[in-house]
Design a protein around this ligand. Sequence first.
Ligand code: SF4
Length: 370
Amino acid sequence: MPRVKESQAEIKPLREPKWRQQFRRHLLNWYRKNARELPWRAEVSLYRTWISEIMLQQTQVATVIPYFERFMAKFSSISALAKASEDRVLRAWEGLGYYRRARQLHKAAKEIVDKHDGRFPTNFDDVLALPGVGRYTAGAILSIAGGQRQPILEANTIRLFSRLIGYAEDPTTSKAQKILWQFAEEILPRTKVGELNQALMELGSLVCSPTPACDKCPVARQCNAKLYDLQEQIPLRVKKMKYVDVDEMAVVVRDGDKLLLRRCRPDERWAGLWDFPRFPAPARPADVDSKQIAREVKLLTGAKIKVADKLTTMKHGVTKFRITLHCHSAIFMAGKLSDDTEYAWVTLSELAEHPLSTTGRKISQLLSEN
Ligand code: SF4
């Protein structure tokens, strides 16, 4: 692959004040005309920016918007969030995925109440010390909502900066990260840092996307990848995720009008969320008989059941797993539930109050419809 070398004349201006001024001017002019109207931009505060940044980690903007609005309506302040039960927080997060974020957010809110009198800290190291907050998130919160001169580097800006400086090597190595963070710092203005950081992310997201729209780019004349026609090769693609196909079984156990829920343990996929009893399916799920399902449920929960019907089969992807879930219904017969896990017997309408795994919610919707 052709490479852009540091010694090439064109890359030098990147370090020069004139280049930086021009870059910022073109970028900010473009941003002021093209910035999306987003709820966390309509009213900016440290709390709102923090919540939006955590939600936006590994999640698309369009997905986050309704979650952000509902979350803010439920937990309008740090103290309201700190006082809420974990179930309420997880219920508000349900469907957004990566639930560790919600648990850490909740923990961080409690820490802010305990250590900072309920006020979001403004010292960089204090922000960085909060659960779930890394260098990027701390920089984004403090620059956008605190006006501090802090650089940022995340997926969109890694792609944008790599192309601008013509960095054709793997951008995930520590050497690359050092170069990219340094660039992020060098292009910061003295004021309006938050606006510039948002403009950089917006450009990376809307224009300098994986398939870049260079003809619409306000900084195309300053881009090394464009100059050398390397937009498609930069950033270097690192290995794609390898998907793992898994078959699982979930059983809706009824006792009268109550249904059995089991809270996922910390080492399980949906840690902290509720789910119907679920276990890995044997090699040929279609051949599994009722006795085998009853045996697995007894092993998992302690409950003796009688399997009734096959409800449905659904497919769902979580991180690297592509899950095929075979769902059955069953009647509770007897038995004491194991005490190493939390269980709840709930009515169909009470399911709405419990934070469920994504497939658990789909099963609950199916039960409601029927
Ligand atoms: Fe990205 Fe193309 Fe703009 Fe370069 S010219 S920053 S590759 S959109």
